[in-house]
Structures are given as C-alpha cells and as structure tokens.
Design a protein. Structure first.
Length: 320
C-alpha cells in the first residue's frame, strides 16, 4: 500500500504560509528559526539557481528531529508565494566592511522595485516585511510600489537594534537578558535613537542602575553593533534572523507584541510620507497601531534629523 499525505500548518482553522524572498545568509537562517518555531509552512525563493531548493532540502532533512510536519520548499519561481499570509523580503546586496546601509540604496531599490509588483500579483492579501537595507528607504519604496494600506507594509530594523541594546545592557548589569526592556526608534542606521527614559530592568529605570557614562557607552555600542560583527565575520546573521522570526511569530499568532519597526506614519510624531522606526503593536493585521510617546526635546530633534536623512535617500530612488 502506498500513501502520500500533505501536511500543512493550521492555526485557528486557517492554513498559514510565510514566504521568504532571498535565501541568502539571513533569509535561510530566518527560515530555519521559523521552522523550529513550528509557525507556518515556508516557501523560500531566490534567483540564484538551486540555492533556495538546496536550503529547503537541507532544512527538510532536519524536520524528523525537530518535529516540523509542515511544508518547507524552495524555488526560483516567485509564483510559489501564492496564498502567503506574510512575505518577507531579504533579497539584495549587503554591507561590507567600511560601507554604510545607505550606500546600498540604488542597487537594492532596483531589486525591491522588481520584486514588489510580483508579490502584489501572487499574494495580494499578504503583509510585506522588508529586511533589505537601507530598510527604512526600502520599506517606503515597497509601500509606494505595492499600493497596499500602510498597516500591511513595514520593515525590520528597530527590533534588532533593541535586541542589541538590551543584550548589552543586561551584560553590563549582570542580570538575566529577560529582565531588560527598551525601545530604539528612528533610522536603522546612524540615526537610531535608544529611548533611555523608556528603558528598564524589570521596571527599574536604567538611569537608577547605571551611570551616564555606562549608558552612553552602550548606546554607542548599539549604534556600531552591526558593523562590529561585519568587521569580524563579514555579515550579520543570527540576531537579524531571530528578530525577523520574532516579528513573524507576533503576526501569525496575533500576539500584538510591542516592537520598534520601520513603519509609515500618517501624522504620528508629526511625520508623513516616510518610513522610519517607531514603536508599534504588531498583530495579524500587521501594524495594529503606532504608539505615540512623549519624547524629550533632544529625542524629537534627533527623530527629525533621522527623517531628513531618510527623505534624502528616498529622493534618490523615486524615479526607480
Ligand atoms: P546575501 O547576499 O547572503 O543574500 C541575498 C540573497 O538575495 C542572495 O542569495 C541573492 O541571490 C538574493 N537575491 C537578489 N536579488 C533577488 C531577486 N530579485 N529575487 C530573489 N532573490 C534575490 O545577503 P544577506 O546577508 O542575507 O542580506 C540580505 C539583505 O538583508 C541585505 O540587503 C542586508 O543589508 C539586509 N539586512 C538587513 C538587516 C536589517 O536589520 N534590516 C539585518 C541584516 C541584513
């Protein structure tokens, strides 16, 4: 007797599928995190012949040990993303030592402009998460190219910056990583803004536990965190990949987690026609709400400065 069963991951009566465009270093590790969370079926797509299929096959061979019964498939053909609930775009050039995220603007804008209309064609109901750098600029471009409502197009950047910030703070304090919570808004780049007044260790304001100098040192290390890794091993992988998977988890399970992420404000914080990192509630509708916080005068000034830098980069790609 022969039989073949097709398993699909079902949550609350709905089959869930996440597609990942770009099966490179971050895309493949992100897929493996999602697989280990048993979150959804996964489709990996990459233009490089064999790469996505090879990664998916490698992961499939781990599933009997992981207990993942869903679909994990790779393809060069983007039409396989059909019916995806969430499409994560991690395709494009990455930073090298000595380059900034903004240096990638024109190259990656062409890739995003190519991919987004195809996502709209094949998965018109999906949410789109952009990871490709410079992520604030690419998120805005994706929003414009997709024509989707602003809650359905967002980036991943602030959660990674927040993870770096909180991990470094926990090490400095000598406490569990779970204890430290904070927010990092603004640009995913030089213009990132760790919100010190909103950072606590189990509710205790960080300012009561560390000196001004200690906090300043950690803020600086957070800002250079990505390049510090790139200088040592060529690219950042694990921290971005788990940040993406954490956001995917909040969307698929409708967790309504509060995270900072590149999002498109419509007047919040006095900003419009831009994408940049803001605190939001992330759920099944994507951006459920942008949370407006009281900021200090310096933080407001820095947020406007970040917006100016991002707008200048956006102006370079509007014709693409
Ligand atoms: P990688 O070079 O390992 O992978 C990129 C993949 O994209 C390659 O496999 C390539 O074939 C594929 N690709 C290019 N054009 C494509 C297209 N039109 N369709 C499908 N696939 C395509 O690079 P890595 O390290 O995985 O980084 C990917 C991107 O993510 C970079 O732009 C990087 O800067 C960004 N990134 C963003 C982070 C964030 O916090 N937002 C964190 C880490 C990386």
């Amino acid at each position: 007797m022969t039989f073949a069963l097709e398993f699909k991951i079902e949550i609350e009566g709905k089959f869930k599928m996440i597609s990942i465009i770009g099966a490179g270093k971050v895309g493949s590790v992100c897929a493996f995190n999602i697989l280990k969370m048993h979150l959804s079926d996964i489709i990996l797509v990459d233009i490089m012949e064999g790469l996505a299929r090879g990664e998916a096959l490698d992961m499939l061979q781990s599933t009997s040990l992981i207990g993942f019964d869903g679909i994990i498939e790779g393809s060069e053909d983007i039409s396989h993303i059909e019916n995806s609930e969430l499409v994560i775009v991690i395709a494009g050039a990455a930073r090298k030592p000595g380059t900034s995220r903004l240096d990638l603007t024109r190259t990656n804008a062409k890739i995003i402009s190519l991919i987004i209309p195809q996502i709209v064609d094949y998965a018109p109901e999906c949410k789109i998460m952009i990871v490709t750098n410079p992520v604030d600029v690419m998120t805005y471009l994706a929003y414009k190219k997709s024509g989707f409502e602003r809650n359905r197009v967002f980036g991943m950047g602030g959660l990674l910056d927040t993870s770096r910030y909180c991990s470094y703070l926990a090490v400095e304090l000598g406490v569990s990583r779970d204890s430290v919570q904070g927010l990092v808004i603004g640009e995913h780049g030089d213009g990132m803004i760790p919100l010190i007044d909103y950072t606590t260790a189990s509710g205790i304001p960080i300012k009561k536990l560390l000196s001004k100098e200690q906090i300043e040192k950690i803020v600086e290390k957070t800002k250079t965190g990505g390049m510090d890794v790139i200088n040592l091993k060529g690219s950042t992988v694990y921290a971005p990949a788990i940040s993406i998977a954490t956001m995917a988890n909040s969307i698929i399970k409708d967790q309504k987690r509060i995270v900072c992420t590149p999002t498109i404000p419509d007047g919040e914080y006095g900003l419009k026609e831009i994408a940049l990192g803001l605190p939001i509630i992330l759920g099944n509708n994507g951006i459920e709400k942008i949370i407006e916080l009281d900021l200090s005068e310096t933080e407001k000034k820095n947020l406007l400065g970040a917006a100016t830098a991002i707008r200048s980069a956006i102006s370079q790609v509007t014709e693409i």
